[in-house]
Design a protein around this ligand. Structure first.
Ligand code: ADP
Length: 506
């Protein structure tokens, strides 16, 4: 390898320590893939409650770290562990902010001090790097900070303002990745003093957004390079329909905005090795999937579904119950899906109204619709393995991981053609036996049902369905290709390095 890059990936969640969605998967899998390519990539995240359950040993690297928040200095510490794949992970500790049940809030909404919590995290990340720079044997200085989503948006702002001339940080370049543009971290202007930033950055060209403070905008304006998690989403977010008010900023930075599709961790997501499954299977030996399907049917109390040409496919959804995911249109389509012979299973949690509506639907259709409210990774695995199809009628979808997992597990994706779904699923062509799933364009029950009916028709021809499942399972969305793309982008922004840290690290 030509050049070994030193990258600190900063994220508000990383699997398995803490995860609420796709960001947590990416923040763990990308560093792992980059390390496999020989780069020195480390993760920094908050020390949430319970992270120690996933770490064999946590050691203290910097016992006392002071982080300015407003006119106070908040005491903190920097801890460290390694993932099972050997990726170093730093935890920024402040129990008052992070020793809580949730990451960002409770069922009743976001924590009211999220601005303060993530000001602390962004500024703490830089204070931690300064401390680490002089930390003897532990000394380490990244060339690049790779920040992710709004919770890390102020890091690039600090680097270009308050910390611009700090010898440990002045040569650090920044890459900022948008995993979901709809979540921006918008707070009222009275929170500005808490950031410690001057009012000169509180302008439309800076972090001001309709009179408020916008963390994500900070990342977009002040980072050296921007990425998002699929090519289609990179184009979509420059339009008013998907831009959430930031389309102008993104258009201005179009030259620096790249779409790199996410992968999934092929070690973790592997039906040949997944311990949650009643029977393993693979593209070469797919028979075990039928066992998984039958076990899932029984577990969920669904009546007989078609094997080899029976009534119709078992259609699953494994998802956050949020407006983005199109569960309202899926609900509207439910009678049509049942008419087409489908059995429908949903695993998810989130908005109370959707939880309630789907729970009622299951009660109305015993034996044909099964709903499990909750977050359950093992049941999720069993559903990917047992389902014939995974349905994703998203309004928008930056990348989507569920369809990638579905492909790997031979559950044929039926998806709306938007964002990463458009980039990762191709329409099945029965005559040519090409393609991996079924797509629809309009956000409507009619369009959704049309795609489901195409899936159900293919399902009734076992030989055809077998070819489709094989196509799906042999697609390659492992991280290797995308990690190489990130490495190329990191190299584009590398800056001349200043003085070395006090002692070189590994
Ligand atoms: P998003 O990040 O928007 O939630 P993605 O499709 O990118 O959507 O990633 C969702 C991830 O979370 C997938 O790994 C999916 O399997 C998992 N997931 C979503 N809901 C649940 C749930 N209720 N139980 C277990 N896993 C879930």
């Amino acid at each position: 390898m030509a050049q070994r890059l030193r990258v600190l990936l900063v994220a508000s969640e990383a699997s398995p320590f803490a995860k609420t969605g796709g960001l947590g998967d990416v923040a763990a899998a990308l560093p792992r893939a980059l390390r496999a390519l020989g780069h020195d990539v480390r993760i920094l995240m908050p020390r949430y409650r319970g992270v120690e359950r996933h770490a064999s040993v946590i050691r203290t690297v910097v016992p006392r770290l002071e982080v300015p928040v407003g006119d106070r200095r908040v005491e903190s510490a920097l801890l460290a562990t390694e993932t099972s794949a050997g990726v170093p992970v730093y935890f920024l500790q402040q129990d008052r902010y992070f020793d809580r049940d949730g990451l960002y809030g409770t069922g009743d909404g976001d924590y009211s001090d999220n601005c303060e919590r993530f000001v602390f995290f962004c500024r703490g990340a830089l204070e931690a790097l300064i401390a680490l720079d002089g930390e003897g044997r532990e000394a380490w200085r990244p060339q690049i900070i790779h920040a992710n989503d709004w919770q890390t948006g102020l890091i690039s702002v600090y680097l270009r303002t308050l910390y611009r001339d700090h010898p440990a940080l002045s040569a650090v370049a920044t890459v900022f990745t948008i995993h979901n543009l709809a979540y921006q971290g918008v707070f009222w202007h009275h929170d500005m003093p808490m950031t410690g930033l001057g009012w000169d950055v509180f302008t439309p060209a800076g972090i001001e957004f309709y009179g408020k403070l916008n963390f994500l905008k900070g990342g977009l304006v002040f980072s050296n390079l921007l990425t998002t998690v699929s090519r289609t989403y990179a184009a979509e977010i420059r339009t008013p329909e998907f831009g959430n008010g930031l389309e102008g900023v993104l258009e201005e930075r179009a030259q620096d905005l790249h779409g790199v599709v996410n992968g999934i961790d092929y070690e973790q997501w592997n039906p040949a090795k997944d311990p949650a499954l009643p029977r393993s299977y693979s593209p070469a030996e797919p028979e075990g999937k039928l066992v998984c399907r039958e076990a899932l049917r029984r577990e969920l109390g669904l009546t007989d579904v078609g094997l080899n040409g029976g009534p119709g496919p078992l259609v699953a959804m494994i998802t956050r119950l949020a407006g983005q995911k199109g569960l309202d249109v899926a609900l509207e389509s439910l009678p049509g899906m049942l008419d087409a012979g489908c059995r429908v299973a949903l695993l998810g949690s989130g908005e109370a109204s959707l939880e309630e509506a789907w729970t009622h639907a299951a009660a109305r259709h015993p034996g044909t619709v099964a709903v499990r409210i909750g977050y359950d990774p093992e049941l999720a695995s069993r559903m990917y393995a047992g389902a014939d199809c995974v349905l994703m009628p998203s309004r928008y979808e930056p990348c989507g991981l569920a369809q990638l997992i579905a492909l790997r597990y031979g559950a044929v994706p039926v998806v709306r053609r938007t964002g990463g779904l458009a980039d990762t699923v191709t329409e099945f062509d029965g005559a040519r036996r090409t393609g991996t799933g079924f797509l629809f364009d309009a956000f409507s029950a009619d369009a959704l049902l049309d795609a489901v009916r195409r899936a159900a028709a293919a399902f009734r021809r076992p030989e055809l369905w077998g070819a489709l499942v094989k196509n799906a399972m042999t697609e390659d969305f492992s991280w290797d290709t995308s990690a190489r793309e990130y490495a190329q982008l990191y190299k584009k922004v590398l800056r001349p390095q200043g003085a070395k840290p006090s002692r070189r690290s590994r």
